[in-house]
Design a protein around this ligand. Structure first.
Ligand SMILES: Cc1cc2nc3c(=O)[nH]c(=O)nc-3n(C[C@H](O)[C@H](O)[C@H](O)COP(=O)(O)OP(=O)(O)OC[C@H]3O[C@@H](n4cnc5c(N)ncnc54)[C@H](O)[C@@H]3O)c2cc1C
Ligand code: SF4
Length: 620
């Protein structure tokens, strides 16, 4: 896949790729590993009767070019998988970064270090189990905020988190190692469908806020009003004080356009040129000015993820946080939730290792309530395993399908010299489209660059001239989270033609912004289009694409245990309690009745506060 072009190292001869990738793949569950193996095996035999790995370099390149031009969706998905995996292993090496000039580094504008994180105390689970008033499963945006709210109300709170505890003192320095340890399934959780869509989520103390981009939006008023009217959430229109308190505590600040980096500035200039509304993004990372590690854990913890904000606050108020405990069942006496049971997967001293070394059972008795906050994949999974919540559990999965639209600029962009997610364009919100200038690190972004083999290598060499805009759709399409055999997570998603049309419209708008900012070529990430030049845009807009032709990712799963006053239409009542049960609550992105339309973290926080405050008043 990487024959070494223009000073780039030759894979396996100059830099080792397959060994580290094989090691990384050990972080996958047996089911995901089996699927990857099958995919790679098919890829290997695609040039039948010969095998890909037995071809000489020139024949491999010809074969890769044919795959790239193929109109068969399956061939494209296999090629994409091979590109993503090989780029993960290849692009993280110092030799590749050196050849491209991609520098790793994060910093604050004034060169200072961010404030200290605050302590989480002893996160080691004691043998056997514990007791508490309220046990919370999951420590992400929902779980951490619920913990702080309840602990400050005087309740004895215990937070159980499946992932390990990391911060600026111990994030894995190797990026592959970071992905393996900070993400569920090494970031390869995928919603099956046409197209299949990767939906990465974290598995760490602090949840997905540890690896997210720090972008902070309040939920749009029309969405909240819809939730009030159609789903009976009376308090949905009263979140201003919760948003304001969280923004203050997380030091949410709009980016300074001077310092956001050229990638954001180009989007800003392009938006101004086409007359589109937008602005610098507000983030919970103070005055950070250089990106390369948002998705690997912010190396200096400038980003105030939950592990360095609400969780220390909860612990200061008396809460306990236990890392490495995976809950597999909610315990009941009749309809009343009285605790949870799970397994201590990895002893703390070995937590950076991927393979569990001996499990031990862990049981918690909760005197007042159980809160499930495992995120929109983990929460329905746990409810389904526990056999509660009714037929709506896991349905109504929305994900904000997103497309990376890259562009080539004559000038050097060096997108890594700036903030990863920096400028938003909301002009097309009525069409359900939000654009965000987002520059992903090479190990992630490199897999989506145009080309295969030599041409992909040429595109990598040119990475410093690439600008990128993410197109996010507020989706009406929906999917489902279920359990496969033997009880493993299974997610699927069906992108409708209408939503595919909206995404294509969004891609065209991103291209328009790029061209207006001076881009010479745009890469819409649609196999049969390849490259767009300014004169191609009208033709692009006149073309209708099948959903399966789009190459998408999604970062915002939500809705799988949604609130609805009507138990037939949702899983939770308006106070977050699970219909048909007592003492069982949900407090995370699963609660959203529909797609929220903007990056969801702040809305998750506001919802968790509402649920926890009501529970605290009942418990008191
Ligand atoms: C790459 C990326 C970038 C993003 N960028 C942004 C952004 O800039 N702004 C924004 O608003 N949103 C962003 N998001 C999304 C945002 O981070 C999430 O919407 C938010 O964190 C969801 O909160 P949550 O509490 O629902 O779940 P999470 O934060 O995912 O937390 C769930 C936690 O529960 C744990 N858990 C699950 N099941 C169990 C179990 N059975 N036992 C024990 N523990 C369990 C998980 O390990 C996880 O740590 C991004 C997401 C990704 C993937
Ligand atoms: S860009 Fe991301 S990783 Fe870099 S300092 Fe800012 S928050 Fe941290």
């Amino acid at each position: 896949m990487a024959p070494g072009v223009g000073g780039l190292p030759v894979a396996e001869r100059d830099v080792e790729v397959s060994g580290p990738v094989a090691e990384f793949m050990r972080s996958l569950s047996p089911k995901a590993l089996g699927q990857m193996r099958l995919g790679l095996r098919i890829f290997e035999w695609l040039p039948f009767p010969r095998r890909f790995s037995h071809l000489d370099a020139a024949a491999r390149d010809r074969f890769l070019q044919r795959l790239e031009r193929s109109r068969l969706g399956l061939k494209h998905e296999l090629l994409l998988m091979a590109k993503v995996l090989s780029t993960l292993g290849y692009a993280v090496t110092p030799q590749v970064r050196g050849a491209i000039g991609f520098e790793v580094g994060c910093g604050l504008a004034d060169g200072s270090l961010p404030e200290p994180a605050g302590s989480l105390g002893d996160t080691e689970p004691p043998a056997g189990g514990e007791e508490c008033d309220v046990v919370i499963v999951g420590s992400g945006a929902g779980g951490a905020v619920a913990a702080a709210t309840l602990a400050e109300a005087g309740l004895d709170v215990l937070v159980l988190e499946a992932g390990g505890h990391y911060n600026r003192d111990n994030y894995p320095s190797d990026q592959l190692d970071a992905i393996a340890n900070l993400y569920r399934e090494g970031g390869l959780t995928i919603a099956a469908g046409k197209p299949a869509i990767p939906v990465p989520v974290a598995r760490a103390v602090g949840g997905t806020t540890v690896i997210n981009s720090g972008t902070c939006f309040r939920a749009p008023d029309p969405v909240l009003e819809d939730w009030r009217q159609r789903f009976g959430i009376g308090w949905a229109g009263q979140l201003d004080a919760d948003f304001a308190e969280a923004e203050d505590f997380l030091r949410v600040t709009p980016l300074d356009p001077e310092r956001m980096g050229r990638n954001g500035q180009l989007a800003m200039e392009g938006a101004a040129a086409v007359g589109a509304s937008g602005g610098p993004i507000s983030r919970n990372a103070g005055s950070c000015v250089q990106c390369s590690s948002c998705p690997f854990g912010c190396a200096i913890d400038a980003k105030r993820g939950m592990h360095v904000s609400y969780l220390p606050r909860a612990v200061a108020a008396g809460a306990r946080v236990r890392a490495g405990v995976e809950v597999d069942r909610v315990l009941f006496e009749g309809d009343r939730a009285v605790g949870v049971a799970g397994a201590v997967a990895v002893p703390a001293a070995m937590r950076r290792q991927v393979r569990p070394r001996g499990e031990s059972r862990f049981t918690v008795r909760a005197r007042r309530a159980v809160i499930v906050a495992g995120g929109a994949l983990g929460t329905p999974e746990l409810l389904l395993r526990s056999g509660v919540g009714g037929g709506q559990v896991g349905r109504n999965l929305h994900i904000h399908p997103a497309c990376w639209v890259g562009a080539r600029y004559e000038e050097e962009v060096r997108g890594w010299d700036g903030v990863m997610q920096s400028f938003y364009i909301d002009q097309w919100e009525p069409q359900r489209i939000l654009l965000e200038a987002t520059f992903t690190p090479l190990a992630f972004g490199g897999g989506w660059l145009l080309g295969a083999g030599r041409s992909h290598q040429e595109a990598m060499l040119d990475f410093g001239h690439i600008g990128s805009i993410g197109v996010h759709l507020s989706d009406e399409s929906a999917g489902r989270v279920g359990l496969g055999t033997p009880g493993s997570l299974r997610a699927s998603y069906r992108l409708t033609r209408d939503d595919a049309d909206r995404l294509a419209f969004g891609i065209a708008r991103a291209a328009e912004v790029h061209f207006a900012a001076g881009a010479t070529e745009v890469y819409p990430n649609i196999a049969r289009v390849g490259t767009l030049r300014p004169n191609d845009l009208a033709g692009f807009e006149a073309t209708r694409f099948r959903p399966a032709e789009l190459r998408l990712e999604a970062f915002h799963p939500m809705g799988t245990a949604r609130i609805s006053a009507d138990p037939r239409a949702g899983v939770c009542a308006t106070d977050g309690s699970v219909h048909g049960t007592e003492g069982l609550y949900v407090a995370d992105a699963s609660l959203f009745p529909t797609s929220v339309g903007v990056n969801p973290m702040m809305t998750v926080i506001a919802f968790a506060k509402q649920v926890a405050r009501r529970l605290a008043s009942v418990a008191a």
